[in-house]
Design a protein around this ligand. Structure first.
Ligand SMILES: [Zn+2]
Length: 259
């Protein structure tokens, strides 16, 4: 039995009518959650690496530059413009993180990814999701990020990519960092999460199409073989990604769709 840490998350009123207290808490950005570690999709943990703190301003003495005209003066080099980031750097149609949040990861609580060699598919696993509008997706991602950072004290939302019911592919935790989505198996592992609870509903066709193109992109870019594409339940004791998504991932691996 997995406890639902997002009890109280609104679902655009389709399935759950929040109580006045929940609405009040939601307006304050507060959500009642289960105990730390009791999660919707995950039984995850993340390891932390202590990093040196940022030095106080002034604690580092900078050499005084030589003024123009002195013997050691050299003209500053012109700043080279950075090439634009190609659209092919992410899965097709990727919405960058800035699409839904201006808050970055807590750098002291995330570890560098240092290479990718597998992919794991999840569902969100909380209340079913039927909305398809952008604002509801953005709000939901912010709620998930809050739960992961505030209640579980992780450095950021746990997943690298999130796919909403409309099939939008959205950047979560930057790929430069390990995710927090499979207990003890986060190194080198890309977390792809589909919004919804696929124990209780089925993924939309748009989600399945986007999931396939996202996995294909990641496999090609990082040379991940199909045998290294997992679902969460294949790596740990959980129902994630749900009985209605698990067979869809399994068939993707065998029907040539990822070849
Ligand atoms: Zn999961």
């Amino acid at each position: 039995m997995i406890r639902d840490p997002t009890a109280g998350i609104s679902n655009s009123g389709r399935r759950m009518k929040p109580t006045r207290r929940e609405m009040l808490l939601a307006s304050l950005g507060l959500f009642i959650t289960g105990a730390a570690g009791a999660t919707g999709c995950t039984q995850t943990s993340t390891t932390l690496t202590r990093r040196p703190g940022t030095p106080w301003p002034g604690s580092i003495s900078k050499p005084t530059p030589n003024p123009p005209g002195s013997r050691a003066y050299t003209a500053p080099r012109p700043v080279q413009p950075r090439p634009p980031v190609a659209a092919t750097t992410g899965p097709p149609g990727l919405r960058p993180r800035s699409w839904w949040t201006r808050t970055g990861p807590i750098r002291s609580k995330v570890n560098p990814m240092k290479g990718i060699n597998r992919i794991t598919v999840h569902h969100e696993g909380h209340t079913p999701v039927w909305f398809t509008d952008e604002q509801s997706t953005k709000a939901r991602l912010e709620q998930v990020r809050n739960i992961h950072t505030r209640d579980r004290r992780w450095g950021d939302i746990g997943y690298h990519y999130i796919i909403d019911r409309a099939g939008r592919v959205i950047e979560g935790r930057p790929l430069a960092y390990q995710g927090a989505h499979v207990s003890k198996q986060n190194p080198h592992n890309v977390g792809v999460m589909l919004l919804g609870n696929f124990e209780k509903q089925s993924p939309s066709q748009a989600q399945l199409t986007a999931m396939q193109s996202t996995i294909r992109h990641l496999m090609a870019k990082y040379r991940v073989p199909v045998k290294r594409v997992y679902t969460h339940r294949e790596l740990g004791p959980t129902v994630c990604p749900g009985r209605n998504l698990q067979p869809r991932v399994a068939s993707l691996r065998t029907n040539g769709a990822l070849a």
